[in-house]
Design a protein around this ligand. Structure first.
Ligand code: HEM
Length: 175
């Protein structure tokens, strides 16, 4: 398999970014909801240490991925015989996934910067702020729930291709 995609399948760079992001995002959603729900401040700091590092990594990977598609690689051709609305919906969902990840990354960084929580999460300071006092927190919460919804639609569509249509849509994203 080459680094770049060809008309029939994704290349190794696209596949690696896809699956690393998928696993990291599931972990980020879990860690985010745990951090927001726990009353144990020490545990929250530990979870946020992982969450913020992984969040910045996923944001960077997503920006790299967009650059990769714009300047270096081209997607495989659309699966044959697909109704037009399904192809269009897939493109919209994929773009929304990128957009929501960028919104989550940016609102997360803004939340940390405005609240000064960086000194507590990564430094020696004590006493986490109440993130709800900062406007990016609401954006982060809504975007997190939207991402769950989009991920469910995305996974359902992949399973539909694999088990109902029995086409190559999913296998071309596997190593
Ligand atoms: C793709 C990346 C990210 C995802 C999927 C994500 C997801 C989430 C989710 C689902 C929550 C829980 C929200 C709620 O219950 O309303 C959360 C909380 C949080 N996230 Fe993220 N996040 C991401 C990136 C980041 C980044 C880059 C930062 C900071 C550098 C960050 C900082 C936080 C903080 C501080 C909380 C806790 C808020 C609280 O306790 O009220 N997140 N995140």
């Amino acid at each position: 398999m080459g680094w770049k995609s060809n008309p029939d399948r994704y290349g190794s760079v696209a596949i690696a970014i896809h699956w690393i992001s998928a696993v990291a995002i599931l972990g980020l959603l879990w860690a985010g909801f745990v951090a927001a729900d726990t009353a144990d401040e020490a545990a929250k700091i530990q979870v946020l240490r992982l969450h913020t590092a992984a969040g910045i990594a996923v944001l960077s990977l997503t920006l790299f991925r967009i650059g990769w598609w714009l300047f270096a690689d081209r997607r495989p051709v659309e699966t044959a015989g697909l109704p037009r609305w399904q192809g269009r919906s897939a493109r919209i969902v994929h773009r929304l996934l990128y957009l929501i990840i960028i919104v989550l990354g940016a609102s997360g960084i803004a939340m940390m910067a405005l609240s000064g929580a960086g000194d507590v999460v990564w430094g020696e300071a004590t006493g986490l702020p109440d993130f709800q006092d900062y406007p990016p927190r609401a954006v982060h919460g809504i975007a997190g729930r939207l991402l769950v919804l989009l991920a469910v639609v995305h996974i359902a569509a992949a399973l539909y291709h694999q088990f109902v249509r029995r086409d190559a849509t999913m296998s071309r994203m596997l190593p």
